[in-house]
Design a protein around this ligand. Structure first.
Ligand code: ATP
Ligand code: MG
Length: 731
């Protein structure tokens, strides 16, 4: 037997713990009115998870607990336990041989569910039951007076009951579950999207900073390379040229001293000028002497001329006159001569023409006086002639002497000139050497100042170099020493080349400064965390979307399965329904069909009425020999029969583990009770039946009968009874 037992403790009228054992196919529960039979029916619903208090005939959970009697105190809780056999793994999700479900309700209305003594959620209970076709609509539990519930329900509720009866509920659960999950997932997507938007804003902000930082890091790397190279080449350059310029400077200094000394030495050599001066003096002296000699010579020449003139005059005088014995006394001539010469001497430098004229007149007079004098005689003249000749000869001799002296002096002059020329020549050589020296010294001076300038430049380079060292540390956080090893040397590069490296260095520095170097660790950490969170959220969105796709796929699969099974189920039910209907009514037709109903959607704001299509189940019957087709027109018994036919046919298609039928037979006459009894027996082959009845026919079909009675404490008591006793008890 699938259903093994039911234990009630403190539930409604069952104050004491009562076990009902179901070890037969049909178990009947009999007892007088108010003995607690329907409480047993409700205890089934209760333990299987029923949530409707109305169906449990109560207003609140607390009322389900035995409320006591004057002799018995009330209970704190009520519990019902149901035990199923699971040794054939009927409940595939439960790995025990028995499935024990227990529900306890407490005074505060709280409920507790246990599965094999382990607390579980209601949802878990419902799912396990649905998997074996024990659905929440409780189609397999027909409460007292609820036989025609399927007729009274609307098409949608009917559809639900049929779905439940067909065992589609667990699929429906799964579908609903998936739909809920989709809803939840969409909510999550919306939440995560909101978070992503927030994180994205923050991330973009951080990304910009980090990307700046990365660019700065890249630039730093470039800068480190540039610095390293610059330091090496500049160091090589500075070292090389410092030594070079130092040496050069020393060399030039030595040369400068040498030139200065040479120039000084050359300037001390005054010989040449002295010699030249001496020559000049000597020359002047000789020139003076020569001039004097020439004056002397001129004077003598003039005297000579005068003497020769005198001689010539005398001769011509003698020729013209016979002045053989006359002559002019020589002392007269000498006197005249002296007077004339005195006049000439005193006037020789005069520039005054009148003075000059006067002197001529004087001279003329002197000459006239002398000429007017008659010579005394020829002899005298002859004497005088000899004197003149002697005089001429003397003068000529004087001239010769003077010319000799002149010639000597000229020779001396020549010598001096020669010596002078040689001195001048050697002076010019010296001067040229001096000029060369000056030129060389000037050049050396220029070289020195060039060298100084270069040295200054090198000093500036060293200064800049030191500045770069400091800047390098400040900018890229690397000390000079960590970048450069002392031993590093490089090929010597030209200044222009180094300047171009320096330019590149400056360019990189400017770019780095523009970007900004600073990004603290916490920002980087924050970026990493934010990025991680962003990626995580993106992944989550992806996963959520993927799970939605999977859920949608599941839903469509489930829907397809539900639709197919439902369609198949309807046609199977109809076959059975028609058959049972024919048995119960002795003919006629009965069927159920799927219909579409338009249902108004409540929408206060919208004036335009909206409808949604809802699927439902309609029941169509046709009683034999009667024109009745409307369910409303049926009698109470007929309604019960139609309901029983439909419920039983539903149970035939997918037999539930058990069925509870609480006075379903109440409205049946004897003939129909018989047919009902037959149907029970037929059904019991597939389903365990618990029947609450007052009907004798029904009792007769039961294998076990439990008799219920109410004791003096208002508590239901239970005992197994024989059929005869049961009939009595039932009455
Ligand atoms: P009938 O044959 O008329 O259908 P029944 O045997 O089905 O009767 P029930 O409806 O099961 O009777 O039992 C009703 C009885 O249970 C009532 O007498 C009611 O007082 C009692 N009862 C219901 N709830 C409680 C409760 N919480 N504590 C004690 N007794 C209760
Ligand atoms: Mg009852």
């Amino acid at each position: 037997m699938r259903l093994k037992s039911l234990t009630l403790k403190g539930f409604k009228s069952f104050s004491e713990k009562k076990d009902i054992i179901f070890n037969d196919k049909i178990v009947a529960v009999v007892g007088p009115n108010g003995s607690g039979k329907s409480n047993i029916t409700e205890s089934f619903r209760f333990v299987l998870g029923e949530q409707s208090m109305k169906i449990l005939r109560s207003k609140k959970g607390e009322n389900l607990i035995y409320h006591g009697h004057k002799n018995l105190s009330s209970h704190n809780n009520a519990s019902v336990k149901i035990v199923f056999n699971n040794n054939d793994n009927f409940f595939s999700t439960v790995s025990f041989d028995e499935l024990v479900l227990e529900r306890t309700v407490y005074k505060n209305g709280e409920n507790e569910y246990k599965l094999n003594n382990t607390p579980v959620r209601l949802k878990d209970v419902l799912e396990i039951l649905a998997s074996v076709n024990i659905g929440p609509t409780g189609h397999h539990i027909i409460s007292q007076g609820g036989a025609d519930r399927i007729l009274n329900s609307n098409p949608e509720e009917r559809k639900e009951m049929i779905e439940d009866g067909l065992g589609l509920k667990h699929l429906q659960y799964k579908k609903n579950d998936s739909e809920k999950k989709i809803k939840k997932t969409l909510e999550n997507i919306s939440k995560v999207s909101g978070l992503i938007r927030e994180v994205k804003i923050h991330l973009s902000f951080l990304e910009k900073q980090v990307s700046k930082h990365r660019r700065a890091e890249k630039l730093k790397e470039e800068l480190i390379k540039a610095y390293r190279y610059y330091f090496v080449v500049q160091k090589t350059y500075i070292n090389h040229w410092t030594t070079q310029y130092d040496n050069k400077y020393k060399e030039l200094q030595i040369l400068d001293n040498e030139f200065s000394l040479k120039i000084k030495d050359s300037r001390l050599d005054k010989k040449f000028t002295e010699i030249i001066n001496e020559h000049k003096e000597k020359n002047n002296e000789i020139e003076n002497k020569l001039s004097e000699l020439r004056i002397e010579k001129d004077k003598i020449s003039r005297e000579l001329g005068r003497l020769e003139g005198k001689k010539e005059h005398k001769n011509s005088f003698l020729d013209e006159h016979d002045f053989s014995n006359s002559y002019i006394k020589s002392e007269d001539i000498s006197k005249a001569h002296k007077e004339v010469f005195d006049i000439i001497d005193s006037h020789k430098d005069t520039t005054d023409v009148d003075e000059f004229k006067k002197s001529f007149i004087l001279i003329k007079n002197i000459l006239a006086n002398i000429l007017e004098k008659e010579p005394t005689n020829e002899k005298d003249l002859q004497e005088k002639d000899t004197d003149i000749d002697r005089e001429i000869e003397k003068k000529n001799l004087e001239i010769v002497n003077i010319e000799k002296k002149e010639s000597i002096l000229l020779e001396e002059l020549k010598e001096i000139q020669k010596s002078q020329d040689s001195v001048i020549e050697s002076t010019q050589i010296k001067e040229k050497q001096m000029l060369d020296l000056f030129a060389q010294k000037n050049k050396n001076d220029r070289d020195l100042s060039d060298c100084n300038r270069n040295n200054d430049q090198i000093k500036r380079d060293v200064f800049e170099y030191d500045q770069e060292k400091n800047e390098c540390e400040a900018l890229i956080g690397h000390t000079y020493d960590s970048l450069i090893s002392d031993s590093i040397e490089n090929d010597l590069l030209g200044r222009e080349k180094i300047l171009s490296f320096k330019k590149n260095l400056e360019r990189l520095k400017i770019r780095l400064e523009e970007i900004g170097v600073g990004l603290d660790e916490s920002t980087l950490e924050e970026y990493n965390k934010t990025k991680e969170r962003y990626d995580f959220l993106q992944k989550e969105i992806f996963d959520l979307k993927e799970s939605i796709a999977i859920l949608k796929d599941t839903i469509s699969r489930l829907q397809k399965e539900i639709d197919e099974k439902f369609k198949k189920g309807i046609s199977s039910i109809n076959k059975e329904f028609e058959k049972l209907f024919n048995i119960l009514f002795g003919g006629g037709t009965a069927s159920i069909k799927l219909v579409k109903n338009q249902k108004k959607i409540k929408d206060d704001e919208d004036t335009e009425q909206k409808f949604e299509e809802k699927m439902g189940i309609d029941i169509a019957i046709s009683l034999p020999q009667k024109k009745v087709k409307e369910l409303e027109q049926l009698s109470g018994g007929e309604r019960s029969l139609v309901s029983i036919a439909l419920l039983f046919s539903l149970s035939q298609i997918t037999p539930p583990a058990f069925m509870v039928l609480d006075e379903t037979d109440a409205a049946l006459d004897e003939a129909n009770s018989k047919k009902y009894g037959d149907m029970l027996e037929a059904m019991s082959k597939k389903t365990q039946l618990v029947v609450v009845t007052h009907n004798r026919e029904t009792m007769s079909r039961a294998n076990v009968i439990y008799g219920l009675s109410m004791d003096q404490n208002g508590s239901s008591t239970l005992l197994s009874v024989r059929f005869e006793d049961a009939v009595k008890i039932a009455k």
